[in-house]
Write a protein that binds this ligand. Structure first.
Ligand code: NAD
Length: 296
């Protein structure tokens, strides 16, 4: 069993760290929130007193932080950069969704100092993080991918190598741009049906079994009361925040711009999430974009 430092125990990182501990690994967990640390300790992990404490003398470091600035600061530019303290041979697996340029820059800085760093963002949401069924999209060499795989398999069921450093993040932002398009489209269709007298549960079932079926209809219905155990049935609490989806659509916009790839649907989805965020909904789950369409 491996020794692992885990940094960032939020909606996603918490259950991921717990799954590593449940698989028998020794997990030193750190977050700015003591509550988040205690949840992992209750599931068999150990509390780290700082990110440095979590990252010292371990074989793997897994990070699950909000954005690129947090990742770069923790590993390279902050007051106590973890690149200064990790042991020789430690593999750093960053599962945060961040921009590919930062992922490549941090990996290159690490490589200059003999430190291994791969990007391994995830898809699947809090449900999959808890169930250990996430999809991982890895950017890094074949050798580091093979080294990381047994660890990733404790947290996910589909582990892909997308390419070299940064490629995992490009795959992730393509996926999340598509997810945003599908979620806004699903909300738009459901709202129109309901405004025309249809029962949202009946309409959802019809579309789920028809050609409009997609992930939102299958496992993450945005209409309150249609599906149990999803954020829409819990006042849009938990799940994947509008702020984070907005960030991801910004990352997709950057990739689109840098590569000259037209993304008109992605731009439209970003405009919708930006309006929804501006109305004060940044902390709600992203399926709450349905509210933008409703008469309220
Ligand atoms: P979150 O806000 O719930 O968790 C982030 C955690 O990082 C918080 O607990 C915060 O306290 C901690 N943190 C921030 N700075 C820190 C620091 N310097 N040291 C230690 N801890 C620090 O976010 P989340 O929903 O868990 O998402 C994390 C990442 O995963 C994001 O990049 C997000 O885009 C991505 N993601 C989220 C989902 C989802 O459904 N929530 C799905 C896929 C990917």
């Amino acid at each position: 069993m491996a020794t692992i430092g885990f940094i960032g125990l939020g909606n996603m990182g918490g259950p991921m760290a717990i799954n590593l501990a449940k698989a028998g690994h020794s997990v030193k967990a750190f977050d700015l929130s003591q509550d988040a640390i205690q949840k992992v300790v209750a599931a068999g992990g150990q509390a780290a007193t700082s990110a440095v404490d979590a990252a010292q003398n371990v074989e793997f470091v897994v990070s699950m932080l909000p954005a690129g600035k947090h990742v770069e600061s923790i590993f390279v530019t902050g007051e106590q950069p973890l690149f200064d303290v990790v042991a020789d041979g430690t593999l750093i697996i960053d599962s945060s969704t961040i921009d590919a340029e930062t992922a490549k820059r941090v990996a290159a800085t690490g490589a200059e100092r003999g430190i291994s760093f791969i990007d391994a963002p995830v898809s699947g949401g809090v449900g999959a993080a808890t169930a250990g069924t996430l999809a991982f999209m890895v950017g890094g060499s074949e050798a580091l991918f093979e080294k990381a795989k047994p660890i990733l398999e404790c947290m996910g069921k589909n582990i892909f190598r997308a390419g070299d450093n940064g490629a995992g993040q490009v795959a992730k932002c393509c996926n999340n741009m598509l997810l945003a398009i599908l979620m806004t489209g699903t909300a738009e269709a459901l709202n129109m049906g309901v405004k025309n007298g249809l029962d949202p549960a009946v309409l959802s079932e019809i579309m789920k079994q028809s050609s409009g079926s997609n992930w939102a209809l299958q496992v993450y219905n945005p209409f309150p009361g249609v599906m149990e155990g999803v954020p829409s049935s819990n006042d849009y609490q938990g799940g994947f925040q509008v702020d984070l989806m907005y960030k991801d659509l910004g990352l997709a916009g950057d990739v689109s711009h840098q590569s000259g790839s037209p993304t008109p649907m992605g731009s439209q989805a970003r405009a919708l999430f930006s309006m929804h965020k501006a109305k004060g909904n940044g902390g709600l789950d992203f399926s709450s974009v349905l509210r933008l369409y409703q008469d309220r």
